[in-house]
Design a protein around this ligand. Sequence first.
Ligand code: BGC
Length: 508
Amino acid sequence: MRALCCILAVAFAVTLVAASTADNSAAVMRKLPENLKLGAATASFQVEGAWDAADKSESIWDTFCRIPGNIKDGTDGNDTCKSYEFYQRDIEMLKFLGVDFYRFSVSWPRVLPNGFANKISEDGIGYYSRLVDELLANGIEPVVTIYHWDLPQNLQDLGGWANPLIADWFEDYARVLFDALGDRVKTWVTLNEPKQFAVFGYGMAFCAPNIVSAGIGDYMAIKNLMVAHARVWHLYDKEYRPTQKGTIGIVIATDYREGASDSPEDIEAGKIAFDFEVGLYSHPIFSTTGGFPESVVKRIAERSAQQGFPRSRLPEFTPEEIEYIKGTSDFFGFNHYSTLFYAADSYKPGIFDIPSYNDDLGAVGTYGSYATTSVPHTTKIPGGIRKALNWVKDSYNNPEIMIFENGFGNLGGNNDIDRIDYYLAYLDAVLDAIEVDGCNITRYTAWSLMDNFEWNSGLSVKFGLFEVDYNDDKRTRTARASALWFKDLIATRTLDPDYEPRLEEIKF
Ligand code: BGC
């Protein structure tokens, strides 16, 4: 069913008050900066389904989903939105919203069934090529993530991100995409959220590939992915940028971390937590010194020595690697959902496995006095996004920041005023960061266009501007109140803190 109901034009009485003070808590309408592009995002495994269409091979998430108990509601990626089949409806939804761009990712095993570049799937690459063409034909810019967590299983069988040869394999895969799509795709993301796939996948039983090598395998993956990312940036920079003239960078989960109080110990605990969570990935690329942050290097080296390891569990970069990785992102790709607070005295030896990433980080994060909801990692703490944006600006000489994910998770319901409330508060903080603090932010992306497969929570957790009916073979998508809000935001380019949510029967 593709009944697109008529849309009533929304007339806004626009009273614009320029934001000029550091405290923008007063409810004022705010105009969005002209150069801020607005978009929505998804990722291949989370929306495509069709796990074995044509010659596609399995990804590590196909394997992970099959093991009972891994996914909370027992669903798997094949149950999701079926965008491989219905992508044209996704484009209609994007058009309806009026977005400037759509961020989606490519499934590596769909394009290279062997994982290696000796055999390119015509169906696989054809799918992405059509998606790109049809987006462009509809005036929507494609922003393509090369890797959003669905590694070919056969590469995992060879060690995946824990094998240093992944840098060769990743470069070969990226070359295939630049060759096939780079004439039309001008904004590329190499890796989405390295911490989440390296630490949750190689150090904790939380994500695929479920290699629970705590405090060892996760750090091996981190080092290798940094090198692999840099290889792809250099490849693009040298061989493709001169003709394709695009831009390419990494996306880092930049949820904020801070001390639980103003005591120097807590402030320090918050700083170290931020270095572990964000600096580990951003410092090698964006800092002038390069390499992993000193606080993290020192902490892991000390704990490793205490634990009897002959060398640090965090593999070192060679001096050549440090130089090679420095500067390898044209923008700071920034995902953000919430903030955690750390008290120095929350650490007690033995509360975490030894060794492990959490034990190395050495404090327990909480949401403090903020009310958590059914999806705690989207607890609404809007001040945190402004602080995180400022941290990027101050630490790295005000780089261009592209916000590539921000959004609110709940358990469903189409009159999602909680989601609108979250978006209003976070966008207000983003505007403070731009107008008051001078952060150089050029994109804002809603996660997510529609409900999709939320990793180990399966289909039970909802992030969509559009609801997806998983009981319907056609996976009908229905606009939530937040979809109408986002559409209005884009149409008026005005953030209205008193926005009156509305619902209309709009289905795709
Ligand atoms: C990931 C998405 C995920 C979202 C909401 C991000 O960590 O990039 O894939 O769905 O958060 O949890």
